[in-house]
Design a protein around this ligand. Structure first.
Ligand SMILES: C[S@@+](CC[C@H](N)C(=O)[O-])C[C@H]1O[C@@H](n2cnc3c(N)ncnc32)[C@H](O)[C@@H]1O
Length: 188
């Protein structure tokens, strides 16, 4: 069991220009969104894409949840949110997604989300346990949290540590998921 306490690791956030480059050129070919989201998102769901970057996974969500669903995307970098907003605009989905800076409290809604996605972002968070505790608070009791980390930055030790921290705040690991170049777990 991980110890409880405030963590303050030194971390680096992904530069906005790197996401713009990767997302636009190669990503859809090597990491399509459909298999990642399959069976986790249904019409009417409230979804949170936290650390959404330029919205690579945000864009398919409104189509999956339909008009009765809700999609909220959050990031710490305004440039990422601007890129995401442009992408949603291009797809005609701008009014179907609410974008927030992580420092805004609007997205922190107790037991609100059916599905939370944290894709390749947790290793960038200095206080993982505090962050995971917030996600635990906002997930509905029967909701799903898909945690995906990049193998290139997250080795086995760091991954196990993150899962232990998730468990310490009340998540249970249900299954590992096959996601290319990644370590992934579906948590409840
Ligand atoms: C490697 S990018 C991945 C973006 C997106 N999930 C994707 O797969 O395309 C990581 C993102 O997490 C964001 N991020 C880092 N720490 C965060 C935090 N505490 N809250 C919200 N977003 C954060 C970064 O700004 C960056 O946009």
């Amino acid at each position: 069991m991980a110890s409880v306490g405030r963590e303050a690791r030194r971390t680096r956030t992904c530069p906005w220009w790197l996401m713009a480059f990767v997302d636009d050129r190669v990503r859809a070919l090597v990491q399509p969104t459909a298999p990642v989201l399959a069976s986790l998102v249904a019409p009417g769901h409230a979804c949170l894409d936290v650390g959404c970057g330029m919205g690579y996974f945000t864009v398919p969500l409104p189509r999956l949840v339909g008009p009765s669903g809700q999609v909220i995307a959050v990031d710490v970098q305004p440039r990422m949110l601007q890129g995401g907003a442009r992408r949603l605009e291009r797809e005609g989905l701008a009014d179907r997604v609410s974008l927030y800076l992580a420092t805004q409290s609007d997205w922190v809604r107790p037991e609100h989300y059916d599905f939370i996605l944290a894709f390749w972002m947790l290793h960038e968070v200095p206080d993982r346990q505090g962050f995971l505790a917030t996600l635990r608070q906002v997930l509905k009791p029967r909701g799903h949290f898909l945690l995906v980390e990049p193998r290139i930055h997250v080795g086995e030790r760091l991954w196990r540590e993150s899962l232990a921290l998730a468990e310490a705040v009340g998540f249970h690991s249900r299954e590992t998921r096959p996601v290319r170049f990644s370590r992934a777990a579906l948590l409840r």
